[in-house]
Design a binder for this molecule. Sequence first.
Ligand code: 5GP
Length: 335
Amino acid sequence: DVFYRELPKVELHAHLNGSVSFETIEKLIGRKPHLNIEHGMTAIGKGQRRTLDECFQVFKVIHQLVDTEEDILMVATDVIKEFAADGVKYLELRSTPREEKSTGLTKKRYIETVIKAIQQCKNEGVDIDVRFLVAIDRRNGTEVAVETVKLAKEFMRSSDGLVVGIDLSGDPTVGHGKDLLPALQMAKNCGLKLSLHLSEIQSQLEESDLLLDLPPDRIGHGTFLHPEMGGSPSVFDKVVKNNIPLELCLTSNVKGQTVPSYSKHHFKYWYQLGHPSVICTDDKGVFCTDLSQEYQLAASTFGLSREAVWELSQQAIDCIFAPDAVKAAAQTEVD
Ligand code: 5GP
């Protein structure tokens, strides 16, 4: 539907390697035919579902395909242009810096390369403002988390405002947030914004309760934080009192089977409360979707009028991590 495509949109929850399109995967497979990777291994098509664990296997396959600076540059450039073509005007990309001994890739070069892609798109006049969140994979524990925050801090100073924050993601069944708390606190203290994946699975309530005391600036998924989804009064109060925006990814949660169906998605509870709820894609490549489609799905599932959809997309501007001047400019542009 052209309305959804033309709607000026803000994307706040997009993992770089989960956002790689079919076309870009095709190019990567062409570069690395010896890996014998096929499309069915990198994406979850219409009507298909996987367990969360299987979703994480998909990322491992994509990581094999994206292991040089050239790959990262191509992937980031393609992803940015695809979001722009879908009517996204402001994008916060997130990605976990990886070191690849076999290709000489370092974490620092990884971040530099993503920044280079952002700058190249800007120089080419692609109509989108892109920022970067450096991601911590929870699986890697305390030391790596601290190292990642230190890197992000360096880049926050040297990237001309492109690096704005930290993401905490990775397999929710592995590791515990308490081990990552010092790193996250350090990030907050030095002015990096925090977007944390919280309560993607039911058993994480205690961890969420702890991490909500930081408090984070935004929450990814937060599937089980609302009392209707089993959330405790304590976690619910912390989210509401601090008015922490939620990044909600409908197709991702349905295909990853953490929610049973679109109509049972927790979007409805938070939206009804008037709590800041931002529609996002999560991994548009892996889950075969785009942001227009996610808005359209939210509208058709929950009966939102065009005015309500417009308002929903405008409210997302309030939740961006770039400085207030950028917010104000974005607001004026859509007005
Ligand atoms: P990358 O950081 O390599 O650019 O993107 C892929 C990574 O993002 C995955 O390895 C995983 O750490 C994280 N990720 C992507 N989607 C999800 C999700 O739905 N939940 C969680 N917890 N992490 C995710």
